[in-house]
Each structure stands twice: as structure tokens, then as C-alpha cells.
Design a protein around this ligand. Structure first.
Ligand SMILES: [Fe+2]
Ligand SMILES: [Fe+2]
Length: 135
């Protein structure tokens, strides 16, 4: 069983932001749980719920983070915001309507969602978020 959670290198040192990043890893863990839930034949509801939770929570996190970047007059804020919007677009593109009654297709969609989420989260935190952390 893989666990998705914060590692020491993911911490920005800004408590509110670290807490929100930790919640995003929790959502990745929930996605993993859904993928390996063999008792559940139809994962449509779970997937719809997870994606909407992800959309809402990333919006909240991004708006807090962008507010923080404004408050410190971060010079690369526009490029950073563009990355957040790009993530939101990719998340919205997950086609959940087409997977109803296609149980094999569902697992593939959940797996794609998980890969996308974890890869994005780790690379964005390490390469992009870390740039605003004062050293
Ligand atoms: Fe960010
Ligand atoms: Fe972030």
C-alpha cells in the first residue's frame, strides 16, 4: 500500500500553506483508496465526489497562496498564477460523464487522476512553490 503524504522536503515553512498541501496529499490518498476499493463495483459517485472536492479545495488553496504572493510582492506571481489556472483546466477536463457503466474505464480514469494529481503536486510544490520561500 502506497501512502501519499508530506515529506520533509515539501515543507515551505509557512504553516497555513503546508496544512493545505497536506490536505491535498490526503485527497491523493483518498483517490488511491478509491482505486483499490475492490468492494465497490461502480465508482462513479466516488469519482464525482473526489473530483469536485479536488476542484474546490485546490481553488481555495490557490487563492490563499496567490493572496500570500501578492502580500510579499512576489515578482514571478503571474507565471505562478498561470500554473494554477493550467492545473484547474486539466482537472476540469477529466471526463466523468463517459465512465458511467464502464467499470473498467472507471479504474483507468481514477488511476489517471491519481497519477496526474500526485505528479503535479510534487513537482509544483518542489519546483514552483519553493521558489517563493525565502531562504
Ligand atoms: Fe502554487
Ligand atoms: Fe501550493
Amino acid at each position: 500500500m502506497i501512502t501519499y503524504e508530506m515529506k520533509p522536503e515539501y515543507y515551505t515553512g509557512i504553516e497555513a500553506i503546508d496544512k493545505e498541501h497536506a490536505r491535498l496529499f490526503e485527497l491523493a490518498q483518498e483517490t488511491h483508496g478509491l482505486l483499490y476499493n475492490d468492494l465497490l463495483q461502480d465508482k462513479t459517485d466516488g469519482l464525482v465526489h473526489l473530483i469536485s472536492e479536488l476542484i474546490n479545495y485546490t481553488r481555495t488553496h490557490f487563492s490563499h497562496e496567490e493572496e500570500y504572493l501578492r502580500s510579499i510582492n512576489y515578482p514571478h506571481i503571474q507565471a505562478h498564477i498561470a500554473q494554477h489556472r493550467h492545473f484547474e483546466d486539466q482537472l476540469m477536463a477529466f471526463d466523468i460523464d463517459s465512465i458511467e457503466n464502464d467499470f473498467e474505464g472507471q479504474d483507468e480514469t481514477v488511476e489517471n487522476l491519481l497519477d496526474f494529481l500526485v505528479n503535479w503536486l510534487v513537482s509544483h510544490i518542489l519546483k514552483v512553490d519553493m521558489m517563493y520561500v525565502e531562504k
